[in-house]
Design a protein around this ligand. Structure first.
Ligand SMILES: *[C@@H]1O[C@H](CO)[C@@H](O)[C@H](O)[C@H]1NC(C)=O
Length: 462
């Protein structure tokens, strides 16, 4: 068998397309509920809900340490992975680590069992999420919970969408943290995101010109299967996808391949493809990967996304609501005819899909220009922010890989090495890791230490 997903036993992946939550999670933690405001944009609204958070105090120095806020995103937040960068920083700084669950995910459902109705999902957006973080910090300082003195410095860390939150937080609330890390922070909310597949082509071509060529041929293979009216239903059924439209299936197929590259398995994936005798055999291999992911196919089907039943382990209805209503990152095929993704998957198709999943009359579509106008898109310019990206990560084009004059104050690192992909720096170090990954983590630690020392030396003078 060709199964190469054994790496999944060390990293558990949530099922949203670009999410990884890196475990295992065995560090000693305590779990609490925070009384959070529902609507930060309406001071007259005093409604509250319970937001879950995990606290790790084993490295905490309450007099000269700090607080690391780990921003959880579009997943059921289990906390922070063992030996991950957040803990290494906590040891260096004497910090307490707090992982805060994102509203509408996991156990943090503002309306309980009614949370996922369209009406109630309107409270799920970037500004409410950033304001949750701000209010959380302010209350922790005010109430001195967990022995956190109001004078202690706060730092925030996030990866992927929470990476964007971490970067945007420096813009909206620069006074509340001393410095943040945004790993694979997707601050550029691209509507027509063709650059994503273009990066898949570039990343896979590191394995030689054959690999991206095979992906293209495999795309053609699927298109052909779906065009044969007699066999297409059986074909979809063999993937459990009989309830899905042809285009949803095409997206599912492309994303199965994407997952391999994004999670840093490009070398083995391309090697396996090349070892197989035919396109049919390669298609079988991809089918195995797809079937091995259980019911993750459901995230591509509007039929499934319409289900409003709250389930703390399911993230797809909320995540694609965020994409369709605000964040976009809608992946389309590049125009260069070398796509691994079907040319049917246009922005027009996305519009139909979003409305199929979420519309009850009113049209749903993300206003990416509003987000860009507010935060500046790739021109975000804030100080005390590190942005990191993996060199093979398809998402890097939605992030800042190299600071320009427009964002002279942002510190950027492109971690360019084999199989270095999404949020690569956040995980636990391994003995065999590339030197540039080790040195980047060290540079991040040095910068945090510098911020920390500066903070405390200023405090001493006053
Ligand atoms: C939204 O949640 C509230 C509070 O639980 C509930 O009363 C209301 O019916 C919900 N709205 C919908 C449309 O489900």
């Amino acid at each position: 068998m060709y199964l190469i997903l054994s790496a999944l036993t060390i990293c558990s992946y949530a099922i949203a397309p670009h999410v990884l939550t890196q475990g295992p999670f065995t560090e000693t933690k305590e779990t609490f509920q925070f009384t959070q405001l529902l609507d930060h944009s309406d001071p007259a609204n005093t409604q509250t809900w319970q937001q879950r958070y995990h606290v790790y105090s084993q490295y905490f120095n309450p007099t000269k340490g700090g607080v690391i806020l780990y921003i959880c995103g579009e997943w059921n937040c289990q906390g922070v992975g063992d030996n991950s960068l957040s803990f290494q920083l906590a040891k260096d700084l004497g910090a307490i680590v707090i992982a805060l669950e994102h509203r509408f995910y996991g156990q943090s459902q503002p309306f309980g069992a009614d949370s996922w109705s369209l009406e109630n999902l309107s409270y799920l957006n970037v500004h409410q999420a950033l304001d949750d973080l701000a209010y959380f910090i302010l209350q922790m300082k005010r109430l001195k919970l967990h022995n956190i003195d109001s004078t202690l410095p706060w730092y925030a860390i996030g990866g992927s969408y929470p990476g964007a939150l971490s970067a945007w937080f420096r813009y909206k609330y620069p006074h509340l943290t001393v410095g943040n890390l945004a790993s694979s922070g997707v601050i550029n909310t691209i509507l027509d995101y063709w650059q994503f597949d273009d990066q898949i082509r570039k990343s896979t071509s590191k394995s030689g010109e054959q690999c991206p060529l095979y992906l293209q041929l495999l795309n053609g293979y699927v298109d052909k299967k779906l065009k044969n009216f007699n066999t297409k239903q059986a074909f979809k059924e063999s993937y459990n996808c009989e309830k899905m439209t042809d285009n949803e299936f095409r997206w599912f197929w492309a994303d199965t391949i994407v997952q391999m590259i994004q999670s840093g398995q490009r070398t083995r994936f391309c090697q396996t493809l090349e070892s197989l005798p035919s396109i049919e055999a390669m298609a079988e291999y991809i089918k195995e990967i797809a079937l091995d992911q259980g019911d993750s196919y459901k995230q591509y089907g509007a039929y499934y996304l319409r289900d409003e039943t709250v389930d703390q382990n399911s993230v797809i209805r909320q995540w694609y609501f965020q994409c369709c209503s605000e964040l976009a990152y809608l992946q389309t095929p590049p125009q260069n005819k070398e796509s691994l993704r079907s040319y049917e998957l246009t922005l027009d198709w996305w519009r139909v899909w979003c409305n199929d999943a979420y519309s009850q009359g009113e049209v749903i579509w993300p206003d990416v220009r509003a987000t860009e106008a507010y935060f500046g898109g790739l021109n975000l310019n804030v100080d005390h922010l590190i942005m990191t990206n993996g060199g093979e990560d398809p998402w890097q084009t939605a992030s800042l890989t190299k600071a320009t004059k427009a964002n002279s104050k942002v510190i950027t690192y492109l971690i360019d090495c084999d199989d270095c992909a999404h949020c690569v720096d956040l995980g636990a170090p391994s003995a065999k890791e590339p030197a540039v990954l080790t040195s980047t983590r060290q540079a991040i630690k040095n910068t945090f230490k510098q911020w920390h020392d500066q903070f405390w030396s200023k405090t001493m003078v006053e």
